[in-house]
Design a protein around this ligand. Structure first.
Ligand SMILES: Cc1cc2nc3c(=O)[nH]c(=O)nc-3n(C[C@H](O)[C@H](O)[C@H](O)COP(=O)(O)OP(=O)(O)OC[C@H]3O[C@@H](n4cnc5c(N)ncnc54)[C@H](O)[C@@H]3O)c2cc1C
Length: 424
């Protein structure tokens, strides 16, 4: 039996701890005063009614989250179907639409008479068809970015700026300019796998009843007495057969193995004796900050209620500005209230301060050709020197990816999800 230090208590760290604790001893260190990382449900009370609202991780689906679904099943957590819809509104021109169905697509009825809007619909269909055919025939071009692809295939600026770039920017919390730099192969695989190239036949999306934090207690049950919050680790060093964690109070603790399950930049900052490969790989996968505000100011949503979707993107004239997207939590979590609870990314100045309930800063990985290349070099650093790296950034940046990265680490020590153990 080995003793593992797990650094970080997001889905990646907790899944690693859960799986490894099946056969080994684990100790979890979290620098915040609570566990969960981006699983951050908050309690809100309005006129005596209590609501549990998700401000980070919210949704998952029945198609591209196999490991997360198996994990939920194993720890006895259920799921509630939700609606995933996407709207775009341009405050300068007043254009708004919600792609949920034909009625909401033409929520702004005058768009029926606008040739530019019909051209947008036509280009969406052409884009989907072209991308599906590239995916099916694996016609990938090394180094091609989404921006290159749009230019090569003569997609209009209107289509790029009112559909594909905002949708990608909302998914990865990036700017429109950063979206253009995303590697096309990574983009097309993600869009295809998530059914985003289909008009029908999309996956069913779910939320966790009573908020996403509900899975934390059963997931942590096997090691609940071995979790240290407010941990202040100043550095990590490795010797021949041990890993040493150094703390602010000058104390050190020694472990057989360490799973570093915080973000790539945070992981590199912790490694006092980082080798050249660790520096090269981890520094090539940057994160960007997003301000996140939970509020009840409806003006962050499209003007027409019919155009309200679960994800609402507000276009800005600044293409380098991080995604301004508002999640309608009443739609996503099925909340019944006269208040409309919204979670808005990167648009705090537009929110009425009297309507603000909570504020956070979350970091999201930035995907580019360089970071995709670095992902493929994980084997150069992960599993060597008694050091393992887990985190959603190793794959597409979502909850399934955090679980998957932890499953990959745990497998090295003969620890599996129950569903995989049957086949191991
Ligand atoms: C606003 C927002 C909404 C999102 N919504 C969804 C969604 O609906 N569906 C989905 O699948 N994904 C969503 N995501 C993506 C989300 O980031 C991933 O799903 C996943 O939760 C990331 O998990 P992680 O374990 O990699 O990182 P994190 O959850 O960030 O966990 C890392 C942990 O490491 C800790 N840490 C950092 N440094 C140290 C240190 N030195 N010592 C100890 N601990 C440390 C941090 O405090 C944190 O708790 C969303 C992201 C954001 C920002």
């Amino acid at each position: 039996m080995k003793h593992f230090a797990i650094i970080g208590s997001g889905i990646s760290g907790l899944t690693a701890a859960y799986l490894l604790s099946k056969k080994h001893k684990v100790t979890v260190f979290e620098k915040n005063d609570c566990i969960g990382g981006h699983t951050a449900t908050v309690d809100i009370e309005k006129e005596g009614v209590k609501f549990a609202i998700d401000t980070g991780f919210i949704v998952f689906n029945d198609k591209t989250y196999p490991n997360f679904l198996a994990l939920l099943d194993e720890i006895g957590i259920g799921k509630t179907p939700t609606e995933m819809s996407f709207s775009v509104h341009n405050c300068q021109t007043g254009l708004e639409y919600n792609g949920h169905n034909l009625d909401t697509l033409f929520a702004q009825r005058r768009n029926i008479f606008k040739p530019t809007f019909w051209l947008l619909v036509k280009e969406i269909l052409r884009f989907n068809k072209l991308c599906k055919s590239i995916f099916e025939q694996e016609q990938y071009i090394d180094g091609l970015t989404l921006g290159d692809f749009l230019t090569q295939h003569n997609f209009s600026e209107f289509f790029a700026e009112h559909y594909i770039l905002p949708m990608g920017a909302a998914i990865w919390s990036s700017s429109l300019a950063q979206m253009e730099e995303v590697e096309f192969t990574f983009f097309v695989k993600f869009f295809h796998n998530h059914g985003l190239l289909n008009i029908a036949d999309r996956p069913q999306w779910y939320v966790i009843p009573q908020g996403s934090r509900s899975y934390l207690t059963p997931l942590c049950a096997p090691f609940k007495d071995d979790i240290h919050v407010n941990a202040n680790i100043t550095g990590i060093t490795r010797s021949d057969d041990k890993v040493h964690l150094h703390f602010k109070n000058a104390a050190s603790q020694t472990f057989d193995e360490v799973v570093i399950a915080c973000h790539s930049d945070q992981a590199l900052a912790l490694l006092d004796d980082a080798n050249e490969n660790e520096k090269m790989v981890l520094s090539a996968m940057p994160y960007s900050a997003n301000t996140v505000v939970l509020h009840t100011d409806k003006k962050l949503l499209p003007k027409r209620k019919k155009a309200w979707a679960s994800w609402n993107y507000q276009l800005s004239h600044d293409r380098n500005k991080a995604a301004s997207v508002t999640y309608n939590m009443n739609i996503l979590q099925g909340i019944q209230s006269k208040h409309t609870f919204c979670v808005t990314l990167n648009q705090k100045d537009d929110i009425d301060p009297n309507e603000i309930l909570r504020e956070f800063t979350y970091h999201h990985p930035v995907f580019s050709s360089a970071s995709i290349k670095a992902q493929q070099q994980r084997h150069l650093i992960c599993g060597l020197n008694h050091t393992h790296f887990a985190g959603a950034y190793w794959h597409s940046g979502f909850h399934e990816d955090g679980v998957r990265s932890a499953v990959e680490v745990a497998k090295r020590f003969d620890c599996y999800l129950a569903i995989d153990d049957e086949h191991a």
